[in-house]
Ligand binder design. Sequence first.
Ligand code: PNS
Length: 162
Amino acid sequence: MTIAVCPGSFDPLTLGHLDVIRRARSMFDEVVVGIARNSSKAALLPIDVRLTLARTALGDLDGVRVEAVDGLLADFVRTVGASAVVKGLRGGADFDAELPMALMNRHLSGVETVFVVGDQKLAHIASSLVKDVARYGGPIDDLVPEGVVDAVRAALRERDAR
Ligand code: PNS
C-alpha cells in the first residue's frame, strides 16, 4: 500500500489543487491531503474551515482523506506512514519555492518529494490571486470548487468589518 501526502495551506483550496491531488491519487494507493500552517503567510480562512471545505470537495474521491498538520510536515509524513510528499508545479517560481522545502523535509525525515506538473489550463490559479480577485469583487467561481466561493467572500467581509 503506497501512501503520499499532498501538503499545503489550501487557503483556499483551488481547482489547481484538486487537479494535483487527483494526479497524486493516480500514482499512489492512498493520498492524505495535509492542511498545514505556512509561517510565512497570514491565513484568511481558519484551519477548521479549510478542513471542511477540502473534505466536502474531495468527499467523492476514493482513497483520499484530509487531515490537519499540527506541527512539522516531516513528522506528519512519518505518522501517516507515507513514502512521499507530492507537490504540484505551475512553473519555475514554484520549483524555486519548493526545492528548499523538499530538501529540508528529506533532511528531517528522509521523505522524498515528487513534483507533479498540473494541467496547464489551471496554471494561472494561485490561492493568493483567488483572494485578491475576490477582494476586489471579481468572479472566482471558475477557479475554486463549489462551496469555497461563499467561504472566501464571508471571510473577506469579516476581515473588512474588523
Ligand atoms: O501551500 P503552501 O503554503 O505552499 O504549503 C507550504 C506548507 C504548508 C506545506 C509548508 O509551509 C509546511 O510544510 N508547513 C508545515 C510546517 C513545516 O513542516 N515547516 C517546515 C517546511 S520545510
